[in-house]
Ligand binder design. Structure first.
Ligand code: ASP
Length: 408
């Protein structure tokens, strides 16, 4: 049986098991969760997280060294950032539009009394940009600060290119390091069906379902917007710019989407999304290694969609309406806010708090959606990493004529 099929079976079985136990025997769920589901999930999560930092370092360094010419890097960087910004803006607009039309906040009554939400301080975008160049790279590695690791790796990659023969041993080291990481990802992937099973069983089994009834329409709008964005925005980018069949694209990338769905973390899924993009979609290492780690940090379209839908939803619940200027502010804040925050579970709500305060909506409104956010986080993370892969495919197609065959 193919690994992709096994992972999907793991996911479905996990969901069914979690659901049945949730409704029949919460005590049994607790026991099984403590001894089986949670440990399976945690082992898998740790295994893939273990590879994130070295994989980002090796693949970006190798990618930049492989490009051979810093100019190519500049062009690729501009294309990548442009794709990220445009698709994220489209994503929020889809979210804002669908929730304005379907009006989930006006369907039903929502009790806003006593709601609370304490938002952690989100890093300011300016600080993040100023700190991109690490004063201490070892510290960036230790903290897993993705943008700083990316910056450091780019410098090393450029240095390797410029020094040529003089740095050939280091180049070899990076090549072999990358080989080694990809081998380990493949090895760990064999455990993915079990890990996915555990993660999903935990998530579904510990979910309170009363909240879902009340929030059903909101959830529907978010999921609808995610699907529309994936099919239309990514579908057409893949079809028209990358000249690639969108159905094949989604099919081949599905193992990574499934893992993202179960981990709710773009960052943790990174090793698997890169491996899937390189092996299944045949995206050159130099491009996948550059675009995807960057995307895991700064490109979160699924999260942007949730922010768009949630902002309009909360405005409706509180009986406020948003002016066009405020809607534009929402788009800008959401795009900027996403740049500084890494893709880890639940970060979307912190970003949402920023967006709400930018237009003077009550941040406490997040209290309404927090109960069901765990499930939506799964779905939007899958879309987040699909956007990175679509971008990598588009960049790779448009860069083809500039690449030497052996560098692919
Ligand atoms: N969990 C998402 C991610 O890692 C971020 C979020 O929306 O909370 O991509």
């Amino acid at each position: 049986m193919k690994l992709a099929t096994k992972i999907i079976i793991g996911l479905i079985l996990g969901a069914i098991t979690g659901l049945i136990l949730n409704f029949t025997s919460p005590d049994l769920f607790e026991t099984l969760n403590t001894f089986i589901f949670a440990p399976l999930g945690q082992i898998f999560l740790n295994l893939i997280k273990m590879l994130v930092v070295p994989i980002v370092f090796f693949s970006i360094t190798l990618g930049v060294a492989g490009l051979g010419d810093p100019k190519k890097l500049g062009r690729m960087g501009i294309k990548t950032i442009a794709f990220f910004l445009v698709t994220t803006a489209i994503a929020i607009v889809i979210g804002l539009t669908l929730s304005s039309v379907i009006q989930p906040g006006n369907a039903g009554t929502f009790n806003t009394e006593g709601l609370e939400f304490e938002a952690n301080e989100a890093p300011s975008t300016v600080d993040t940009l100023l700190n991109i160049i690490p004063a201490n790279p070892i510290q960036s590695f230790a903290e897993g600060n993705m943008l700083q690791i990316i910056a450091f790796s780019i410098f090393i990659g450029i240095g390797i290119t410029m020094l040529g023969e003089k740095a050939s041993t280091i180049r070899k080291f990076v090549e072999q390091g990358n080989e080694l990481m990809m081998y380990l990802v493949n090895l760990i992937m064999k455990f993915a069906p079990y890990g996915t099973f555990g993660l999903i069983a935990t998530a579904v089994g510990s979910q309170g379902y009363d909240a879902i009834k009340a929030m059903g329409l909101y959830m529907f709008v978010v999921v609808l917007a995610l699907v529309v964005h994936a099919l239309i925005t990514y579908g057409s980018a893949v079809y028209f710019i990358a000249k690639y069949n969108p159905i094949t694209f989604f099919k081949k990338f599905s193992p990574a989407m499934t893992v993202a769905f179960s981990t709710s973390s773009s960052n943790a899924t990174l090793p698997i999304s890169m491996e899937t993009a390189q092996n299944n979609l045949k995206i050159p290492k130099a491009i996948s290694g550059f675009v995807q780690p960057l995307g895991a940090t700064i490109n979160m379209d699924g999260t942007a969609i949730m922010q768009g839908v949630a902002t309009v939803f909360i405005a409706q619940v509180y009986g406020e309406s948003l002016t066009t200027m405020e809607l534009v502010t929402v788009v800008l804040t959401a795009v900027l806010a996403s740049i500084g925050t890494a893709g880890v579970p639940g970060v979307g709500l912190i970003l949402l708090a920023m967006v709400l305060s930018s237009v003077g909506l009550p941040v406490a409104g997040i209290g309404l959606i927090i109960g069901i956010d765990r499930l939506l986080d799964m779905a939007r993370t899958a879309i987040n990493i699909t956007g990175d892969a679509a971008c990598a495919l588009v960049v790779s197609e448009t860069e083809k004529k500039h690449m030497e065959p052996q560098k692919l």
